[in-house]
Design a protein around this ligand. Structure first.
Ligand code: ADP
Ligand code: MG
Length: 249
């Protein structure tokens, strides 16, 4: 049994069958990549895992519990945290203020915007935010406005904000899209470090094969809403169906 078990999931948008019959098992502690051409249904599948979309058919079990019918914040509290394609951080706030948000939310089960202005004497939350920024190698940038960070550092902050919620499963949708090579390599190193040092499972949707082959232990290839093949990176590289359907050979 994987930490995440997707069985026979289908999702239709009007006349378009975005997901046909998806079966997917993600092993605890692994880095599992989901690849496939544009429009294959990757983001739709991810949205079905976090409660943003409700599948028409099938089941999604996280650690033995169904996520279907739960609200996104409830699924987040179960231990699934999600990184968006465009970094979801607050540009007008400092790096530290951004990091305080998930730390408050984790402690209090909710977050009020004015909490940041009342941080005096909230040492547990401040300590946690500082520790997380140190782990992310961002502590010296704590006073910078988030909007002035490089693309790679914005992503690094956002991933840190997800980790501050102590998730067991981290989901990422094309985290290196639009990044320069140096920022991409930075993100690869960060995700490797997270996978090695933390008790966390990572599922990553990714277009960049360099990222996929640097990180993943298992790869699922999705084509037209259905998994075409699932295997180790070595086998995927040489798989004739994958070369034909995905790598365009
Ligand atoms: P991918 O992430 O693999 O590029 P998506 O999951 O975004 O693919 O999209 C799969 C298919 O579903 C595409 O044809 C897309 O146009 C369609 N689609 C995605 N979201 C919606 C939506 N909210 N309404 C209608 N069609 C959608
Ligand atoms: Mg997508």
């Amino acid at each position: 049994m994987g930490i995440l078990e997707v069985k026979n999931v289908g999702k239709r948008f009007g006349g378009l069958q975005a997901l046909g019959d998806v079966n997917l098992s993600i092993a605890e502690g692994s880095v599992h990549a989901i690849i496939g051409p544009n429009g294959a249904g990757k983001s739709t599948l991810l949205n079905c895992l976090v409660g943003k979309l409700i599948p028409d058919t099938g089941s999604v079990m996280f650690d033995g519990q169904s996520v279907l019918g739960r609200k996104p914040y409830e699924i987040n509290q179960m231990g699934i945290s999600r990184v968006f394609q465009t970094p979801e951080i607050f540009g007008d706030l400092t790096v530290m203020e951004n990091m305080l948000i998930p730390c408050f939310a984790k402690r209090d089960g909710a977050f009020e915007l004015n909490a940041i202005t009342r941080v005096v004497n909230q040492h547990d939350v401040i300590d946690k935010a500082e520790a997380m920024l140190s782990d992310m190698n961002m502590i010296e940038k704590r006073h910078m406005h988030a909007s002035s960070l490089s693309r790679g550092d914005k992503r690094r902050l956002e991933i840190g904000m997800c980790l501050a919620q102590d998730p067991r499963l981290l989901l990422l949708d094309e985290p290196t899209a639009g990044m320069a090579r140096a920022d991409t390599n930075n993100t690869i190193d960060l995700l490797k470090q997270i996978s090695d040092e933390r008790d966390i499972t990572i599922a990553i949707i990714e277009h960049d094969m360099h990222v996929v082959f640097s990180l993943a232990q298992r790869i699922t290839v999705l084509a037209q809403g259905t998994p075409l093949v699932e295997d180790t990176p070595d086998k995927i590289k040489g798989h004739p169906k994958v070369r034909e359907a995905y790598l365009g050979e």
